[in-house]
Design a binder for this molecule. Structure first.
Ligand code: SF4
Ligand code: SF4
Length: 144
């Protein structure tokens, strides 16, 4: 009689072997379709300092307030107001939302969601391999 194999449930996420991502600095995720670029008070203060403005002046000019929080404004063409010449002028102090891309819950919800997001981001599935632990850390940092 053959041995019965015990079936063990595999609860690991589909990306348990890690995912590749390396930003190609194309600036696409910082422009295009309308969206929100959420930022905390602390992040806004650091960004204002980086561009050499008082935080209140900066917020008046570049920040919109919503029920959910503060978002960097977009220009008429959909670009984030911090995008300059295709590059983020505050890259070193960019908000958590920008830092954690593309490891957002929405992109990680299924391989298909990841593939869809990849249509807009040429850095996905390229370059460095991020481990499951690194991905989960970033996923859990997402504010939105
Ligand atoms: S779309 Fe992707 S590759 Fe392009 S700037 Fe954004 S993160 Fe980098
Ligand atoms: S803050 Fe910088 S990285 Fe974030 S959306 Fe704006 S330009 Fe892009």
């Amino acid at each position: 009689m053959g041995k019965k194999k015990l079936k063990i449930a595999d609860n690991r996420p589909w990306y348990h072997q890690g995912l590749r991502f390396e930003c190609q600095a194309c600036g696409r995720c910082c422009g295009g379709e309308p969206g929100y670029i959420w930022a905390t008070h602390e992040e806004l203060a650091r960004i204002a300092e980086t561009v050499g403005m008082h935080v209140l002046d900066f917020c008046q000019m570049y920040v919109a307030e919503y029920e959910e929080g503060f978002s960097l404004r977009e220009m008429d063409n959909g670009d984030c107001c911090m995008l300059q010449g295709g590059k983020c002028r505050v890259y070193g102090v960019r908000p958590m939302q920008c830092r954690t891309w593309p490891f957002w819950p929405s992109n990680l919800s299924s391989p298909r969601a990841w593939q869809e997001a990849k249509q807009r981001c040429p850095g996905m599935d390229r370059g460095r391999l991020w481990s499951l632990a690194e991905i989960e850390r970033r996923k859990n940092m997402v504010l939105v």
